[in-house]
Design a protein. Structure first.
Lengths: 177, 478, 1045
């Protein structure tokens, strides 16, 4: 058996998981992760996740989009190819508003998705927890809590005993490969 | 928030029939894709529809060979079926985004069962719509000149043209709808990955799921991203049909040059969009036995939206007449309206009133709103009506404008019809395929409709169905 | 343009053969291979070889190659043209163009030597019905590309009518006959002359006993002298003349009045009051119309002394449309009316006061009297000799002769009663008296009166030699053993007299494309001088005539000017017989009620059928009905209502036992109980464009009643699709009025002289135009030197008072701007391509409306709605205010056209332009790019001409002079209704006109700020009559709609 990556506790319901995560985190484990088939309220805080930078990314994306939008139109219409179209001025700002808006939305939207994926370190086809057979139910109807070996407080026997106190359905070793 | 914020009617009627748990939901929806054998009906349907797509190919091929002259367009009626269909399809698309984005923001938990479906519909509709602006040009092989990329002419697009606004609005709309849809799919793709027996299928869905593990951190970021997308899509969807309406409102043609267009185009879009949603939902929930997830209440809500938007559309029509009256009998607007009422195209115009305004009033009757059969029929009527609306706006305004010497008539040719019907075939084909390769209902969002998805204080395991709420809306992003 | 230069080489067979030949031509494969296998020098020899092959015969026997029936199906048109392109005939003609061998003299406007890229102009002439029109021909590198009027000649003054302009296309017509043909086999000219020599020798023996010559009307002094010589050579021979649109009645009228044949000319510049008795003297088919139109229009300026026009007419015409007072009468009633008029003027006879139009007559009579010596009465060609005689008498009585009416020798050499002349020939043919019949340019088998059965007569005459000489192998050629291909007037030397008698010289611009011969050469051949060239013949004739000592100088000058100085006929003193001919027409007018009166007219566009294969003419909307590609019969609204007939319904006309079927068209202003049919259509054998188009009404025309008869009309069940470019001629109807539809935009504005005097600004006040500065944006300042460096701002005015709707501008534009012909089906669906159109609007009583014309080119709006909506900037504004169209930027969204309130934009929905036929490549104006499929196009103010002028002026370091640039439409306009120039220059003519009170912008309230503006029409009605008529005067022409079918 190869090196241990962590211990994976399986739970029945979201409530159990949240409770378990809270206790684990409170008792000093930091390098832990909770898995659920749908977003569970409070789970993030439970495992000590507070910094969500997605909104910031979107804001920046939106600003860039707006500048690109108006900049492109102004540059094209007034600078690189200035020409009289229907007697309108070169910089016909009211006409330029719409494309500016569209590009803002486009850039912001794309940065939301891409930002989310990148911050989530996705795509990542392989992850040690996938090696645990029952983990496939994490995307269906089971809830998991994983304490990683990397955690300074981690100790196979200690941690396993600690987890057992949380009354999980099962506890599995997460092999490291 | 929690139970308090749940809309009142949630208490009266669940959006998810009781008796489901996570396993059953997951199994029921994903099995449509993974387990259900190919039915004869499905295969036949796909064959038939792709036959129609073939016809579309023929029509477009011949068009490229000969030129737009194979259509019925002329001077003065420079735009015909192509633009009518474009506006119609784009409009249909709107319901999808509306359901997935706006209802999401409005915390309408019932949308969870139909948003996936509606978004798919949006994508396919935009696909069909996008086809037309490209092929309707005289020299389609140069249509790319409408994009802001350096080209052989060393010249850039002309940004004052509403047609160019269209290009940006529609392409943005298409892109955002796609990513929005895909983002929503990721967790379900993971589910399919984990349930798939066959290695290859597992690998395909695995690749698409990008290794989604449902970590708490992922969910946090996922939700804020999703919420922001919803927030962005809402003004976007409103802008798209507004911009489409600018194609007409910005011009100086009588019947086009009017300020009421943006709101009533948007309303009309949602109107036809929900009609299409119903037309698709009603058979699908029957065929795939999803009546317990897409309930009568979903249908009724859709019907209510149609009723409301239908009235806004009616307001648009009436305002047009009022404006003509206000401008007085000497005005060109007066003549335009007169021409609609009594001109050579009076038939389509009156049909439009019947289909869009008069018939849909039966939706005031509750029993009609709750009858899938009648809703289906009514939706068909509304779709015809909305198509006619675009026909009226485009052809009737163009065929008689300021200078009577240049008045003309427009008669569609067989190629016009082939192209239009062809896109219908394309649309249905895509729907058919979608039903079999992706979960038609968002599994993870349905899970959240389950009572047990709600987190209770530790120890308290009593579950109360009445307290089922959409937790995804809680917390700082709410 | 560069692309075009490269294309131009295609005209050389050496280069072009491969290209044209790889096209699919099913039945030509073999021939093609054979040609392809030969190259360069042996090419022509191999043609001779080919002539032996079966494929070749097969092809020559066919009227025209397979697929030509698809001509009108524009979708397959291109494929068809490839077939044609590959046909041997075309391969044969695409020789590089050569200048004629003889010295031809360019017109002064350009240096004598060719500057590549710069056109040269040559003075020449075209003839119609025997009358010559002096023209200038533009030539690019030896290829005639456009025909314009000759400014130095009084008959043209720079204007050119549709017929002379369109004859250019005739020269390049790929369906022209291209070789002499004997029994369907090509022969050479040599071969022909050999054969004919023996024949004619035989005739010499019998003094030409059996020799007959049939020509059209002739005014060429040279040809006339040749024919006289010919007749001297064959004393017993007979010379017959016939053209279907003959002026027999005019001739008879002058015989009746003066006992001799005289030409009647009018001096309209001196006429304050004009009365037309069914005379359409403002239409191009009327001899001298170009000058008459000019003189008439010159008197339409309300600020000067205006003339007044009364028209009594049986067929709505442009002349009637311009009239202050128009009386719609059946043709048969005109004579009685003329008599009453004569009577009320005191020329004896009985004034029939009972007539309901007595009021009109009284007013006219008084007006004429009041303007004795400054009035004129003009009788129509189709009216009876009596009417002409009456007109002469009245003019004499009013003392107009010598002032507004001038008599002279006849322009036509040896004028005869042509109907009688042809009758006699037919008779001789039947009686087998004819052994040799030579037909010069006439086409009697098609256009002879039907009762002569000329075809049978010809076929069964047993004549040993029947020779047809003409541009096409037409219906007559089919029944002759010999056909000799004629040279077009642009290819041959000749001469002819203009309406005033002055002799115009015809000089060739290009060596005959198919080695055709001129009439002179043929006649010479008949006299055994087959080697004489047209040039020799013409020169030798004039050498005899020339008074000048130094003939060379005289000749050079004459050829240069295009006409022989001092040959205009002097006025001739003749006295009309005092007695007024008693009318027999009263009887004719009264007939049994079941019958309807039929009037015959030549077609306004394709004349007597001569222009049937001319795409420009076929697609030219006829002035009143805007009809193209067909000749429906006209009936009046009242009659239609009574019979329940709609436009496009088919009817059967039974005339003296003969049946013809024809569609009807309800023409506003057409008299009741009458029907007008137009001749020239239904050609059975002419070419890809004209064959089988329309209905042959010659079948209904008999020699005893050439212009007027009665028929029994039976409506038929079926209908027939017609292609009018203006479906809605906006005739008020009660129905429409109820909904207030009768008033949309006053696009046409007119008022009476009184109104103009009291309120000159009436036109502007009909519609409020926004202030210039009421705008979100600053205005573009076209006078700002930083923006508009050269300071020109181009603008145009169109004087609606002067425009007579003659369409000359449309053909000029077609020719100048390489505008494609689209064919009937495309016109039906509304895709005609005219850059400038002439709209016709009617107002008032449908049975006698007042009509107005409005030429509509691109308005060149300063705030162009089209530019704003183009996504790719394919239409943008130039600093000189032109609304430029950038063809190769255009992707064809058609948004610009949708947003054009004037609908002047034209779109190439399909590949309308003919890229294949070599002839057309030669014909095109190299300064204007050829538009392909999927591209929008429109009027450019002839930007190519502006550019040339700009370059010239810059080279000469001066600014462009006012009037230096003439747009094609302006140049062709006989009434000078169109004026173009620099609006930044306050002294330019156009600026002055725009400053006038009656200047207004079309749809001004849209604030598009058109550079093209209109001068409102001001009419000068007779106060006595005005009260009743013209109630709607000074109201905008009201746009109620009558829908066809």
């Amino acid at each position: 058996m190869s090196a241990l990556n962590g211990l994976l506790a399986e739970f029945e319901s979201a409530s159990d998981l949240v409770a378990a995560a809270k206790t684990t985190h409170r008792s000093g484990y930091n390098d832990i992760e909770a898995y659920s088939p749908f977003p569970v309220h409070g789970l993030g805080e439970a495992i000590g996740f507070t910094k969500n930078r997605v909104p910031l990314v979107v804001l920046i994306g939106g600003i860039i989009g707006a500048c690109t939008g108006y900049g492109l139109q102004y540059w094209v219409s007034a600078i690189t190819y200035p020409i009289n179209v229907g007697g309108r001025p070169l910089n016909s700002w009211p006409s330029f508003v719409i494309i500016t808006f569209e590009l803002t939305v486009l850039f912001a939207g794309l940065s939301a998705v891409i930002g989310m994926l990148v911050l989530n370190d996705l795509p990542r086809p392989h992850h040690p927890v996938f090696n645990v057979p029952q983990f496939e139910r994490a995307s269906q109807d089971r809830f998991f809590l994983c304490v990683f070996a990397a955690d300074p407080k981690f100790n196979v026997t200690e941690t396993r005993r600690f987890l057992e106190r949380l009354k999980p359905i099962s506890i599995a070793d997460v092999p490291d490969e | 928030m929690s139970t308090q914020a749940v809309p009142l009617e949630d208490r009266e009627e669940p959006v998810l029939e009781p008796g489901h748990d996570m396993a059953s939901i997951t199994a029921k929806i994903s099995d449509i894709v993974l387990e259900r054998p190919l039915s004869v009906g499905w295969v036949a349907g796909v064959m038939f529809c792709s036959g129609i797509v073939l016809m579309l190919g023929t029509a477009v091929g011949y068009l490229f060979l000969k030129g737009t002259g194979i259509w019925g367009i002329n001077i003065p009626v420079g735009w015909g079926f192509a633009i009518v269909n474009f506006v119609w399809w784009i409009g249909i698309g709107h319901a999808g985004t509306l359901i997935s984005a706006i209802l999401h923001l409005l915390r309408q938990s019932w949308r969870n069962s139909i948003n996936r479906f509606a978004e798919a519909m949006t994508l396919f509709a935009v696909m069909c719509a996008g086809l037309f602006p490209l092929i309707h040009t005289g020299r389609p092989w140069l249509a790319y000149w409408m994009f802001p990329i350096p080209n052989t002419m060393g010249y850039w697009p002309q940004f004052r043209s509403p047609l160019l606004w269209d290009v940006f609005a529609v392409s943005t709309y298409g892109t955002i709808s796609l990513v929005f849809w895909y983002t929503g799919l990721i967790p379900d793709l993971a589910t399919l990955r984990d349930r798939a027996g066959n290695k290859w299928i597992r690998m395909i869905y695995g690749a698409l799921a990008m290794g989604w593990r449902g970590e708490a951190r992922h969910w946090e970021r996922y939700e804020s991203a999703y919420l922001l997308l919803a927030g962005l899509s809402t003004p976007l969807v409103l802008s798209v049909h507004t911009v489409v309406s600018f194609d007409f409102a910005i011009s100086i043609m009588p019947g086009w040059h009017t300020t009421v267009f943006p709101p009533y185009f948007v309303a009309g879009a949602i109107y036809s969009g929900f009609a299409m949603v119903l037309i698709l939902c009603i058979p699908v929930r029957a065929v795939y036995n999803l009546k317990d997830m897409i309930t009568i209440r979903h249908l009724e809500n859709a019907a209510k939206v149609m009723l409301a938007t239908g009235l806004i559309v009616a307001y648009g029509y009436i305002l047009e007449i009022y404006m003509a009256w206000y401008a007085g009998p000497k005005s060109i607007d007066w003549y335009t309206v007169h021409n609609r009422f009594f001109g050579p195209y009076a038939g389509p115009y009156w049909m439009l009133w019947i289909c869009n305004i008069i018939v849909p009033q039966v939706l005031w009757i509750k029993s009609v709103r709750r009858s899938p059969f009648w809703l289906f029929i009514l939706s068909l009527v509304v779709l015809v009506g909305m198509w006619l609306e675009r026909f009226v706006i485009i052809i009737l305004s163009l065929h008689r404008d300021f200078v009577p010497s240049s008045w003309g008539m427009y008669y569609p040719t067989k190629w016009d019809w082939m192209t239009y019907i062809g896109t219908l075939g394309l649309f249905v084909t895509m729907i058919f395929l979608f039903c079999r390769v992706l979960p038609v209902i968002s599994i993870f969002e349905i899970r959240m409709l389950l009572p047990e998805s709600h987190v209770h204080p530790v120890g308290d395991h009593s579950v109360d169905a009445k307290h089922a709420g959409p937790p995804q809306l809680e917390g700082k992003h709410g | 343009m560069a692309a075009e230069n490269t294309k131009r080489e295609d005209v050389c067979p050496g280069k072009n053969k491969k290209k044209t030949l790889d096209a699919q031509a099913l039945d030509l494969a073999v021939v093609r291979e054979e040609i392809a296998s030969t190259s360069g020098p042996e090419y022509w020899r191999s043609l001779e070889e080919l002539a032996g092959s079966d494929e070749f015969r097969a092809m020559m026997h066919r009227e025209f190659p397979k697929g030509s029936s698809e001509w009108l199906d524009s979708v397959s048109r291109r494929g068809f043209l490839q077939t044609m392109g590959a046909s041997l005939a075309l391969a044969g003609m695409t020789a590089c163009t050569r200048q004629p061998l003889e010295q031809i003299v360019p017109y002064v406007r350009q240096p004598d030597d060719v500057i590549p890229g710069r056109p040269q102009f040559y003075a020449s002439a075209t003839t119609l019905g025997g009358y010559a029109s002096p023209v200038l021909v533009e030539s690019h590198m030896g290829r005639p590309t456009k025909i314009e009027g000759n400014p130095d000649h009084p008959a043209s003054l720079g204007a050119a009518d549709i017929f002379s302009q369109a004859s250019l296309l005739d020269m390049y017509d790929p369906d022209r006959s291209q070789t002499p043909v004997y029994l369907g086999e090509t022969r050479s000219w040599k071969n022909f002359t050999d054969q004919i020599r023996t024949r004619m020798a035989g005739q010499r023996a019998v003094d030409g006993e059996g020799f007959r010559l049939l020509t059209g009307p002739i005014s060429s002094p040279t040809l006339f002298s040749q024919i006289q010589a010919l007749l001297k050579m064959y004393p017993k021979a007979k010379w017959h003349q016939y053209s279907p649109l003959h002026r027999d009645n005019v001739l008879a009228g002058s015989m009746l009045a003066f006992g001799q044949a005289v030409e009647t000319q009018y001096r309209l510049d001196g006429a304050d009051v004009i009365l037309s008795l069914d005379a359409d003297f403002l239409s191009p088919s009327f001899p001298g119309s170009a000058r008459y139109t000019h003189d008439y229009a010159a008197r339409r300026n309300p600020d000067a002394a205006m003339n007044r026009l009364y028209v009594v007419e049986s067929v709505p015409s442009p002349t009637g449309a311009k009239a202050e007072h128009r009386l719609s009468q059946r043709a048969s009633e005109v004579e009685g009316l003329a008599q009453s008029l004569a009577a009320s003027l005191g020329l004896g006879g009985s004034a029939d006061e009972a007539k309901e139009d007595a009021r009109f007559l009284r007013a006219v009579a008084e007006d004429l009297k009041a303007h004795s010596g400054a009035s004129v009465v003009i009788a129509g060609d189709q009216q009876s000799p009596e009417v002409h005689a009456l007109a002469h008498a009245i003019n004499a009585h009013l003392g107009n002769v010598g002032k507004t009416v001038v008599y002279s020798d006849t322009v036509l050499a040896n004028p005869v009663d042509q109907t009688a002349s042809l009758k006699e020939l037919a008779q001789d043919l039947r009686e087998k008296k004819v052994d040799v019949l030579v037909i010069l340019g006439a086409n009697p088998v098609y256009d002879a009166p039907t009762d002569l059965n000329f075809g049978d007569a010809l076929l069964n005459s047993g004549a040993g030699l029947r020779l047809h000489f003409g541009l096409h192998q037409d219906e007559t050629a089919e029944l002759c053993q010999w056909h000799v291909n004629a040279a077009h007037s642009l290819e041959a030397w000749s001469d002819g007299r203009a309406y005033d008698g002055s002799v115009c010289l015809v000089q060739p611009l290009i060596a005959p494309l198919y080695e055709g011969k001129s009439a002179h050469e043929l006649v010479a051949a008949l006299m055994g001088q087959s080697t004489l060239t047209g040039h020799d013949i013409l020169r030798s004739y004039w050498q005899g005539q020339a008074k000048s000592a130094d003939f060379e100088t005289w000749w050079r000058k004459t050829v240069h000017d295009g006409f022989v100085d001092g040959t205009a006929y002097p006025a001739k003193a003749v006295t009309a017989k005092a007695s007024v001919p008693a009318g027999k027409s009263a009887a004719a007018a009264a007939g049994d009620a079941s019958m309807i009166e039929v009037s015959f007219r030549g077609d306004p566009a394709i004349y007597d059928g001569a222009f049937a294969n001319n795409g420009w003419m076929q697609e030219l909307p006829k002035p009143m009905s805007k009809m193209t590609w067909d000749n429906p019969a006209w009936i009046g609204p009242a009659y239609a209502a009574r019979k329940g007939l709609k436009s496009e319904d088919m009817v059967r006309l039974e005339i003296a036992g003969r049946n013809v079927e024809v569609p009807v068209w309800i023409q506003a202003g057409h008299p009741d109980n009458a029907i007008t049919v137009f001749l020239g259509y239904g050609r059975r054998r002419v070419g890809r464009v004209g064959t089988g188009v329309g209905f042959d009404l010659y079948k209904a025309r008999s020699s005893d009643a050439p212009w007027r008869t009665t028929a029994k009309l039976t409506p038929l069940a079926q209908t027939y699709k017609l292609a009018s470019t203006q479906g809605y001629q906006t005739i008020e109807t009660g129905v429409a009025d109820d909904h207030g539809v009768a008033r949309t935009r006053p696009v046409i504005r007119e008022g009476s002289l009184e109104e103009y005097k009291t309120n000159p600004n009436f036109a502007r006040e009909m519609e409020e135009a926004p202030e210039r500065n009421v705008t979100l944006y600053p205005n573009v300042d076209y006078s700002d030197p930083n923006y508009n460096k050269l300071g020109y701002a181009w603008g145009m005015t169109v004087d609606l008072g002067a425009c007579v709707g003659c369409n000359a501008c449309m053909i000029a534009c077609h020719s100048e701007n390489n505008i494609p012909v689209v064919g009937k089906p495309q016109v039906v669906v509304g895709r005609h391509m005219h850059w400038i159109r002439v709209d016709a609007y009617y107002q008032g009583d449908r049975d006698n409306p007042s009509a107005s014309f409005q030429p509509v080119p691109c308005m060149q709006c300063e705030n162009a709605p089209c530019e704003l909506v183009c996504p790719v900037g394919a239409t943008v504004h130039s600093s000189e205010g032109l609304n430029d169209m950038v063809y190769n930027r255009c992707i064809g969204t058609r948004y610009c056209s949708n947003n054009c309130p004037y609908k002047v934009r034209r779109f190439n929905f399909l590949l309308f332009q003919d890229w294949e036929t070599p002839q057309f490549k030669m014909m095109r104006n190299p300064d204007v790019s050829i538009r392909s499929r999927g591209v929008m196009e429109k009027c450019t103010y002839c930007v190519q001409r502006i550019t040339v002028a700009r370059i010239d002026s810059e080279r000469e370091e001066r600014s462009i002079k006012d009037g230096e640039i003439q747009t094609a439409c302006q140049q062709a306009c006989p009434s000078n209704a169109i004026v173009f120039g620099n609006v930044n220059d306050p002294n330019s003519k156009v600026s002055k006109l725009k400053g006038q009170a009656r200047n207004y912008s079309m749809l001004a309230e849209l604030n598009t700020r058109p550079r093209t503006t209109y001068l409102a029409e001001v009419r000068n009605p007779n106060p006595q009559l005005e009260s009743a008529e013209h109630a709607g005067a000074s109201s905008a022409v009201e746009h109620a709609v009558v829908e066809r079918s």
